[in-house]
Design a protein around this ligand. Structure first.
Ligand SMILES: [Zn+2]
Ligand SMILES: [Zn+2]
Length: 447
């Protein structure tokens, strides 16, 4: 008799369990998980891995998602360099007919020596591709993104009665080198999963208050291309310039002349940047070297602007070298990188509006702010397949509001993303991140 009663009670609990969970506010569910998420975050923060080497991070993410009931595929991604392994993680949860929604987190860290002094600061050192020892830090907050993804994964597994369709969670490697999304797509990501109806992601922000989300409808982040320029001259003795063609003088003229592309050749209404971030040439004061190497970043929103700038860099560089008398067979080599390129990030305005509407209800209208576009870049735009699939990237505030206020008052800038001092405030940032992503998915997949 006793056993029967217990069984009846268990049945009653089981019958009522789903509606009870459904009625619980998302806040309660997130708060219940928060201590665990904060400890996961600190663990990930202390164990960063460089782009193309996310072996342990991806294995951890895969194991956690599998434990939550997702069907997980590992090692997704094909790079141009065969020595790099693809560490992409794809986790799928099918829940009947309905839309396919992808949520993406990146996983890689940066060669930065952490100086935050936090108890969970990274002390990791490793060798980079050049064989040099470098420190490693999650200085861009991809550890925040992964923890948010895990929290969102748990919420949506618990709230399965509130959504339908195919939910796909992605752990993307190599965002910092902007070739990870491309590698996953090149490895047939969209044939391993149904072609998505929507792809969403978030990135933490180093100047937005924690508790807030920001968004930018339409073009939000620029395209970015790395260009390598080699100016070849005819070297010789520093005392005999007349018998040489000096590539250092040509490089100096090229640097100044390239400034006229944006200022004189480009419409002021089309944002564009040409930055020469690196110049190397020569070894000694009395030697005119044979060549000078420069590295540039070119950014714009429109593809035709990008093409125009790339053509102008080549035209100006080659003609300045010709004017200096450098022979045709020593003409400059101008190479726009195919791998260090990412298209502009476009937030589908309709999708953005829909997601933002749901976030305003969950987080409060004051906590969801619209911001203007920036010229930074992200390879997340790749998932849209040139705007065929609606995508949106939201920004997640990660800074103590008192520090934001102080920075506004004093004009002293806050540590930016990639800074050795960047330190997101874990608890409120993760709470907002998980609430925001769960809300966005529920909106897009609701029954
Ligand atoms: Zn980042
Ligand atoms: Zn970054």
């Amino acid at each position: 008799m006793k056993i029967l009663t217990a069984a009846k009670i268990a049945t009653a609990i089981a019958l009522f369990a789903v509606p009870v969970i459904a009625q619980q506010s998302l806040d309660t569910l997130v708060d219940r998980e928060l201590a665990q998420l904060v400890s996961t975050y600190k663990m990930l923060h202390a164990a960063p891995e460089l782009s193309h080497y996310e072996a342990r991070t991806s294995a951890f993410l895969a194991e956690q998602l599998r434990a939550l009931g997702y069907d997980v595929t590992e090692h997704v991604g094909k790079y141009s360099r065969p020595e790099w392994k693809g560490y992409g993680v794809v986790a799928v949860m099918k829940n009947g007919a309905g839309p396919t929604v992808v949520v993406r987190s990146d996983m890689d860290a940066l060669p930065v020596e952490e100086k935050t002094g936090l108890p969970y600061a990274s002390t990791v050192k490793t060798k980079n591709d050049a064989g040099e020892e470098v420190s490693v830090m999650h200085a861009c907050g991809h550890d925040v993104h992964m923890t948010t993804l895990l929290g969102t994964a748990k919420m949506l597994a618990q709230l399965k009665d509130q959504w339908h369709g195919t939910l796909v969670l992605i752990g993307q490697p190599a965002e910092e080198t902007i070739d990870g999304a491309r590698a996953m797509l090149a490895d047939g990501l969209y044939s391993k999963i149904p072609k998505p109806d929507y792809v969403i992601a978030l990135h933490d922000s180093a100047d937005l208050e924690t508790g807030k989300i920001s968004y930018t409808p339409g073009y939000a982040m620029a395209n970015s291309t790395t260009v390598e320029v080699t100016i070849r001259g005819l070297g010789g003795h520093g005392s005999k310039p007349e018998s040489t063609k000096d590539p250092i003088v040509v490089a100096a003229q090229v640097i100044m002349a390239l400034q006229t592309i944006v200022s004189r050749e480009n419409s002021p209404l089309d944002p564009a940047v040409v930055t020469i971030g690196s110049i190397h040439g020569g070894a000694k004061s009395n030697i005119i070297p044979d060549e000078v190497k420069m590295m540039l970043t070119v950014r714009s929103y429109k593809e035709e602007v990008r093409q125009h700038i790339l053509a102008s860099i080549e035209r100006i560089t080659k003609n300045i070298a010709a004017a200096a008398g450098i022979p045709e067979d020593r003409a400059p080599i101008v190479k726009a990188s195919e791998t260090e390129y990412t298209p502009a990030l476009y937030n589908d305005p309709q999708l953005t509006e829909r997601v933002v509407g749901s976030l305003q209800k969950t987080l409060g209208a004051d906590n969801v702010v619209k911001l203007p576009p920036v010229m930074a870049s992200e390879d997340f735009g790749r998932y849209s397949l040139e705007q065929q699939i609606p995508t949106v990237l939201l920004n997640l505030g990660a800074v103590d509001p008192a520090k934001v206020a102080e920075s506004k008052r004093t004009g002293k800038p806050l540590p930016s993303l990639h800074s050795s001092l960047f330190a997101p405030v874990p608890e409120p940032t993760l709470r907002t991140g998980v609430k925001a992503m769960t809300t966005a998915v529920l909106e897009l997949m609701k029954k």
